[in-house]
Structure formats: structure tokens, C-alpha cells
Ligand binder design. Sequence first.
Ligand code: 5GP
Length: 189
Amino acid sequence: MDLLKKRIQSDGQVLNDSLLKVDSFLNQQIDPQLMLKMGEEFAKRFSGESITKILTIESSGIAVSVMAGLILNVPVIFARKKKSVISNEALYCTKVYSFTKRESNSIIVPKNFLEKDDKVLIIDDFLANGEAATGLATIVKQANASVIGIGIVIEKSFQPGAQKLQQAGYRVESLARIASFSNGQVNFL
Ligand code: 5GP
């Protein structure tokens, strides 16, 4: 998606050979117009798949997921990384190793939001080793629902996540695919 690639080129900061900072439009300050365009793009790529729900993970997957949910006219669920004190319902739960925090955390989704007939589109902001997306897919499986596909805003294709998910049989649609970082520059596939 050219608009996103241009934004990454102009506003992204390459922190080292594997980390990209995009706090000015995706991870801290959010550009709603760009989120809407990306939501439209996900909705287009998965149109005809009869998606019934979108599942993402807090916090950076939420904005773009809501836009995709608006266009597809389906609810958006986000997995929490910490149990809320007001949650008293049964939960789906799995462990995810965080690429940026370098620690394992449980991610949780209340059982009442996923049903066995649901056709779920998983969305996340980045794809690195595929841990977050795999964890979300595990939760969909726990509900006996189906993963229709995985939508990613920024795929770092030089890391193993995309290949791992495809080998597991998932359709992965990424809006920007990064081949490498070199001298502070982003090289797209
Ligand atoms: P994975 O689970 O695929 O290993 O990593 C994806 C998760 O780690 C995303 O949810 C995202 O929060 C975080 N992440 C991975 N790589 C990057 C990166 O280069 N920049 C930022 N901002 N987050 C990343």
C-alpha cells in the first residue's frame, strides 16, 4: 500500500537492524485518515470471505481494526494483556512472547465474545516472529471458530513470522512488507 510505505519512509525511524519506530502515526499518535484507508484496504482484501469478527491485540492493533470492522460491518474484539479487575467471566487465555518487551505475557479474551461459527480476521500492527498472531490464532482455535486470515500493517519479511504463519496454513495479507533496514533506511519488498 503506497500511502503507508510513503508514510513509513517519511516518518518512521529505524532504531537498529530489526526495529522500526512509527510512534507518530501508528503506535502512540494515531493518524485516523491513514487508519481508515488501511481499514478499507483490509476490508477489500478480505471481502467475500464472510468475516464475522475481527480479533486484534491491545493497544496498537485496535485503531486500524476498528476501521476495518466499520467497513466490514462486524464487531472488533481485542485481546487484553492484563486481566481487568471488572472481568468476572470465563476467559480464553494463551501465552505470547513479546518481541519488543522481551518477556512472555498472557493474552486474554472473554469467552462470550467468540462463538464456534465465527469466521475471524486477525489484525495486528507489526509482524516479526509471529508470536502475537499465533497467540491470537490459538484463542480462535480454543473457541472452535475459524481463522480466515491475518492482516498485518507492517510485515518485517526478513524475520520468520510471515513464513511461519503461511506454513501453518494461514493467509497473511500485509500492507507494507519490509525486506531490510540499511543505514537507517527502509527497503521494501
Ligand atoms: P511478533 O509477535 O510477530 O514477534 O511481533 C509482533 C508484535 O511485536 C507486534 O504486536 C508489535 O507490537 C511488536 N513489534 C514487533 N516488531 C516491531 C517493530 O519493529 N516496531 C514496533 N513498534 N513494534 C514491533
